[in-house]
Write a protein that binds this ligand. Structure first.
Ligand code: ADP
Ligand code: ZN
Length: 745
């Protein structure tokens, strides 16, 4: 009797063991049907052992009911990666497995669970596919030039539908048949989706650029490691528009030449269309562009294409880290400092950290790129886990880094608009940019019209009934008050709910208000807005296209405007208020602000025309602002690392946040106190901060408490957390563990 350890998609912390008779075998990564409680359930086999499970008496052993896959549904390397991820973040392996399987695959599994006993039939239809067998060149028989050419192509493409070969070879069918008789080619029937064309529009081809010295050296380092087939990790530290993407492209080409797969992670989906177009222009259309807006069917067919090795390049946001890429050779993480790499629900993983892990497991090369590297990556360079590659200059000949000025709002009052957020110097700069025919970007990290709506008489602020948050006034699509945390929306108040007074004050300004002020003050300018209200998901495309075509003069937006867009005509960038980001209750506030400023400044003057950046602030002496002004990443990193060391925060300490939420505040508080004691008792080497109410103490009617665990080393932190996750909480309270937390709110 042997035992198979099976990962099940249930929120329990461990794998389950099932018995398997001697004559059957199951490969790690194959799906199996088993019984869990009284239900049939699909799981993924992890490993087969001879050792019986120590904690289950033989009477309770249960068999594997059915083996669904002869071949692993996930490649071994990916399986091992997922297991390590589960271990690192202390989450059930089954939960992690879910992340790696597309929804339809899971739905499909649900059907099998119901109709257990029916053989798995893949969605889609069967088509004839061919794959070249591994035969050394010198053993090849004499072949016609056509047959030889077809074979060469098959070797490059891996598993290929015969139909697709007919595009190049008219008599592909008969050639393939002949090659199969000679045992040079393997023919099979494979379930493929209906021929999906992922890309509707054609993209003109593009040639590799002649690299400058910095780029060439970076490329050499990366391709050198690829050719040596050794794992390696680099920090591509290049100023904005230094041509980092060009380096990814050329490294990707080389990886493909070497027969290896490529994964490119990008922070935000809004960014992807332009980047994907660049990859297609260079590498062709066999690219999987993974993003959340795809239909489930498209996701499934892409996933299959990747698994079959038909799609060798995957570009996508953080979840693309789970793509079943074959023989992964290169992983690039663009804008590695971006906070959106952290998943903030269920499995709270950080895609940058996991990219390093996955690459190492796959013997692949990992490249983290940024103009403003995270302090985490800087620390890895110091510890020689990352090799720094520097691109010191902008790539486009003639493009210089923009000139940055700090505008002290204590000295400069409002300009002609009367808005305190548009100082006189900024107003003048906008005027001048307009007269020169340049484009302006105005950045304000607050959407809506006004962030607070206050009763003029009693001073009561309109707040969300379910969250401890002020409601934001919106006007662009009808006047309403909205909660930015839970989405609660109401028509704006006619009378104050506290005192019955009927006039209100608006405090502060959001992008809607700035847009309307600007449109009024510059009547000839074409003004547009870019934030989540006008463009959720990938819908930022149209606005950015209008910018690119020169149909917009002034673009007002939230951080959506700061991300890597390449907009050649932008010559002025105004940061309306640098202080909001600086004053966040988060030890990373300075780091985030610095990154944000350098990134948004990086939108200016990317091509021939010089760019100018104005940053408005009340704290013009803040080191993060001064460093941004001087484009001095090194200076910022130095001072910020010093203050982290002094305050004992990452990268010099290990952190985890344990969160509690529930409707009953007393229970939530009591549970957080009890668990904090559990953690402390387990490991005297850790420091517990809290518990305390979260800065936003209530969301969607749930009270929120948390405590932080800090430790110099990872081991004691893990011990403490393990004892916490193994201690049951009362059912009315939800507890979640966030390892290496990024969001402290
Ligand atoms: P980054 O990814 O660092 O922001 P990009 O790769 O987008 O930079 O490059 C910025 C601009 O410079 C792009 O328009 C790109 O086409 C151009 N570029 C990149 N490398 C070169 C090069 N070696 N020669 C000329 N232009 C280049
Ligand atoms: Zn709310």
């Amino acid at each position: 009797m042997r035992f198979v350890r099976v990962a099940l998609p249930v929120p329990l912390g461990r794998a389950f063991s099932y018995t398997l008779s001697e004559e059957r075998s199951v490969l790690p990564g194959a799906r199996v049907v088993v019984e869990l409680g009284r239900q049939k359930c699909i799981g993924v086999a992890l490993e087969t052992t001879d050792a019986p499970p120590p904690d289950i008496p033989p009477a309770k052993w249960k068999p594997i009911l059915e083996i669904l896959d002869e071949e692993p549904i996930l490649p071994r390397e990916l399986m091992e990666f997922l297991r390590e991820l589960a271990r690192y973040y202390l989450v059930p392996i089954g939960e992690v497995m879910r992340l790696a399987l597309p929804v339809l695959e899971r739905k499909h599994a649900a059907q099998i669970e119901k109709a257990h006993g029916k053989r798995l039939r893949a969605a889609g239809r069967l088509v004839q596919t061919a794959r070249a067998r591994d035969v050394p060149d010198k053993e090849l028989p004499r072949l016609s030039p056509q047959a030889r050419a077809l074979l060469t192509q098959l070797r490059e493409r891996g598993l290929t539908p015969v139909k697709n070969l007919q595009e190049t070879f008219k008599s592909a069918r008969s050639i393939v048949k002949r090659l199969a008789q000679l045992e040079l080619v393997e023919l099979s029937e494979t379930a493929l989706e209906e021929e999906d064309r992922f890309f509707a529009e054609e993209v003109p081809k593009d040639e590799p650029k002649v690299l400058n010295d910095g780029q060439a050296a970076a490329k050499r380092a990366i391709t050198g490691a690829l050719e040596a087939h050794q794992p390696a990790a680099f920090l591509l530290d290049g100023v904005t528009a230094s041509g980092k993407t060009e380096v990814y492209l050329q490294a990707a080409s080389r990886a493909l030449e070497l027969g290896r797969g490529v994964l490119i992670l990008v922070p935000e989906i809004a960014l992807t269309p332009q980047l994907i177009a660049r990859f297609r222009a260079r590498l062709g259309d066999d690219i999987a562009a993974v993003h959340s807006e795809l239909t489930d069917k498209a996701k499934l067919s892409m996933w299959r294409g990747i698994r079959q090795g038909r799609l060798r390049v995957v570009v996508g946001a953080r979840s693309a880290i789970f793509a079943p890429i074959r023989d992964l050779g290169l992983v690039c993480v663009d804008e590695e400092h971006d906070p959106s790499y952290k998943q903030e629900e269920r499995v709270r993983y950080h895609a940058r950290d996991m990219a390093l892990l996955r690459a190492r497991k796959a013997n692949a090369v990992c490249v983290l790129g940024s103009a403003t590297p995270s302090l985490a990556s800087e620390a890895l360079v110091t510890r020689r886990k990352l090799v720094r590659l520097v691109l010191p200059e902008r790539a486009h000949s003639g493009a210089e880094l923009p000139q940055i000025e700090l505008i002290d709002l204590k000295r400069f009052g409002p300009g002609p608009t009367q808005s305190p957020l548009i100082s006189l110097p900024l107003h003048r700069a906008i005027e001048q940019t307009l007269s020169e025919g340049g484009q302006t970007i105005l950045f304000l990290n607050r959407r809506g019209f006004a962030p607070s709506y206050i009763c003029e008489s009693c001073g009561a602020i309109a707040t969300c009934p379910d969250c401890s948050v002020a409601l934001t006034l919106h006007r662009a699509s009808g006047e309403r008050l909205t909660c930015h945390y839970c989405g609660f929306t109401r028509t704006s108040l006619k009378v104050c709910e506290e005192c019955g007074h009927s006039t209100f004050l608006l405090e502060g300004a959001g992008t809607e208000q700035i847009e309307s002020i600007i449109a009024e003050s510059f009547p000839t300018a074409r003004v547009a807005r870019l934030d989540r209200d006008v463009a959720g998901g990938t819908k930022s495309g149209p606005v950015l296209d209008r910018m690119r075509k020169g149909e917009v003069d002034i673009l007002v937006g939230t951080q959506m405007v700061t991300k890597g867009h390449d907009l050649p005509r932008v010559t002025l960038v105004g940061v309306l208020n640098a202080d909001t980001a600086l004053s966040m209750p988060d030890f990373r506030a300075a780091e985030r602000t610095f990154q944000l400023l350098v990134q948004v400044a990086g939108r200016a003057g990317r091509h021939d025309r010089p760019g100018k950046v104005l940053i408005q602030t009340r704290t013009p002496d803040h080191p993060a602002l001064l460093a941004a002004k001087n484009h001095d990443v090194r200076a910022f990193v130095r001072t910020e690392l010093d203050s982290r060391l002094e305050a004992n925060f990452p990268p010099f300490a290990q952190l985890a946040l344990v969160r509690f939420e529930g409707v009953d505040e007393v229970k939530v508080r009591d549970e957080s106190l009890r668990m904090a004691r559990v953690a402390k008792a387990q490991s005297p080497l850790v420091e517990i901060m809290g518990p305390a109410p979260a800065p936003i103490s209530r969301i969607q009617n749930r009270y929120r408490y948390r405590f932080m665990i800090r430790s110099a080393e990872r081991a004691p932190l893990r011990e403490a957390l393990l004892s916490v996750v193994r201690t049951p909480v009362v059912s009315q309270v939800r507890m979640s563990v966030d390892i290496d937390p990024q969001n402290l709110l």
